[in-house]
Structure formats: structure tokens, C-alpha cells
Ligand binder design. Structure first.
Ligand SMILES: [Zn+2]
Length: 272
């Protein structure tokens, strides 16, 4: 965790006009600077930056905040990512604070969950591309919905076999612990202690966060099985690494691969 003195140094060094100017062309008007707002489709310069107060504000859409908030919103970064971005810009060495025992345990649990999710994403992709049923059922579905190969690869789409515990068996065999298979919501534990796959028989859309890590999965039932089924989609439950309301499907790919495309375009790529 970034220590307090480093945060203070970053905040002292960061000049909001300087930072915003990397993305928005600003013109000085009196004590503040004005430009076109990067957060809405702005035709008149509604965006104002006050170097004295260290804040920005858009008088049209209401976007406002300090220099860290600007980077978080504009670059879709988390708070620590934005701090590191600023530290890098101002050549400030980032010092980490030792985590407490409790914090460290939480961190290692989160890490384990990300590892399981990453393995699962690869497994589901592999099934989709290489398993006989994966190709016949999952891939056939994506093709019938007009998904192109590059999109299927880019979004790391996958398929979970219809057998109720094919994934759980493979994960346990690969050495992943039951605890993290259930905490990520990939599996349920039944009363007899056996694991069942949450996503069996579904095509899978991994949710990839801004850091590029798989935070969760959305699973869609195939059309042939949706008759009379009320829940076509199943998502991973909320967990320590996934909070639905804070995630936006496709947030990662457009930013890294298609800088000019908005996330909402990709949300539309998911069949309803
Ligand atoms: Zn605005």
C-alpha cells in the first residue's frame, strides 16, 4: 500500500493545470483556465480548472474533483493506479507501507481469487476452442450470433461444459483450493461437500477489470435451453474482488485495444 508521505509528496507536486493539459487544451481566463469538457460532448468551453484551489469543474455536466479524481475518471483508473500515474509523471519514488497481518491476509486471498479466475478463463477458452462439445455447442452458438473470431479472442469468451462438475474436477486436479473456487462463485459446495459448477452449459463472458485481471464471469444459457428459463444470464456473485455496481463489462478491452471505442458499444455486443 502506498504510504502517507508518498501520497503527500504526490499531492504537493501535482499541478492540476499541468495534468489536465495533457488531455485537454486549456486557455487562461482570469484566475482560472477553461477548455472543452472531456466528460461530455462539449461545444462551448464549460470546463474550468482552478490552479489556486486545485480543482476542476464542468458547469455543464457537473464533473468535478481534484487532480487524482481527474486521472481516475479520465483514465478509468483506481485510486492507487492514479497516484502511481502522477508519481511517474513527477518522478516521485513510490514507497509502500507494510500491510498489517489482517490486510496482508486479505490481499493474499484476493490474489488467490484472481489466480483461480485467470485459470478458469483460460480453461473456458480452451474448452470453447478445443473441446469437441465446446466447439459443437459453445462456438456454434457464438457463430450463430455473429461473433467474429477476433472478438471471441479479444473478449476471451469461453464455454463451460454441460456436465455438472467438469470445471470443478479440472480445477481441483490442477491444485486449486475448494475455498477459492467457492469464494469466486465459480462453484457451489453441496451438503455432501462436493462441488458443482455455477456456469455449466453456459457460454462465458469474463469481466476484466482496469488492471487486466479477471474479476468475475457472466454466463449465458444457450437458446435451446432458455425455453421456460427465467434466468438466461447468471453472473458471479459479489465477492472481495468483484462488485457488480462498480464494474462495467468491456472496460478493459476498449481502453487497451480500441482507444476510440466506448465501453457501451461493447456492452451492446453481448446478446440479450
Ligand atoms: Zn462536462
Amino acid at each position: 500500500m502506498i504510504d502517507r508521505p508518498t501520497v503527500d509528496k504526490i499531492m504537493d507536486a501535482a499541478n492540476i493545470v499541468d495534468v489536465v493539459s495533457e488531455f485537454v487544451s486549456l486557455r487562461k481566463t482570469g484566475a482560472s483556465f477553461k477548455g472543452l469538457c472531456p466528460f461530455h460532448d462539449d461545444r462551448t468551453p464549460s470546463f474550468s480548472v482552478s490552479p489556486v484551489r486545485g480543482v476542476y469543474k464542468c458547469f455543464s455536466c457537473g464533473a468535478a474533483g481534484n487532480v487524482v479524481k481527474f486521472i481516475m475518471e479520465h483514465e478509468q483508473m483506481t485510486y492507487p493506479e492514479a497516484l502511481r500515474w502522477l508519481a511517474n509523471k513527477y518522478h516521485i519514488e513510490v514507497r509502500e507501507r507494510e500491510l498489517s497481518t489482517e490486510e496482508r491476509q486479505q490481499e493474499s486471498e484476493r490474489e488467490s481469487m484472481f489466480l483461480v479466475n485467470e485459470w478458469a478463463a483460460k480453461y473456458f477458452e480452451d474448452v470453447l476452442h478445443n473441446d469437441v462439445d465446446g466447439v459443437a455447442i459453445g462456438m456454434q452458438y457464438f457463430r450463430s450470433r455473429g461473433f467474429r473470431d477476433d472478438i471471441i479472442r479479444k473478449f476471451r469468451l469461453g464455454f463451460c461444459l454441460t456436465s455438472r462438475h467438469a470445471f470443478a474436477d479440472a480445477a481441483l486436479k490442477a491444485g486449486y483450493q475448494k475455498e477459492f473456487l467457492t469464494k469466486t462463485g465459480l462453484c457451489f459446495e453441496r451438503d455432501n461437500g462436493e462441488l458443482t459448477d455455477r456456469f455449466n452449459g453456459r457460454v462465458l463472458f469474463p469481466w476484466i477489470g482496469v488492471s487486466g485481471k479477471v474479476t468475475a464471469f457472466g454466463g449465458r444459457l444457450l437458446d435451446s435451453r432458455t425455453k421456460g428459463v427465467s434466468q438466461k444470464y447468471v453472473n458471479s456473485p459479489d465477492s472481495d474482488i468483484y462488485h457488480k455496481e462498480r464494474e462495467l463489462y468491456g472496460i478493459y478491452q476498449p481502453r487497451r485495444l480500441l482507444p476510440s471505442t466506448t465501453s457501451s458499444t461493447w456492452s451492446k455486443a453481448i446478446p440479450t
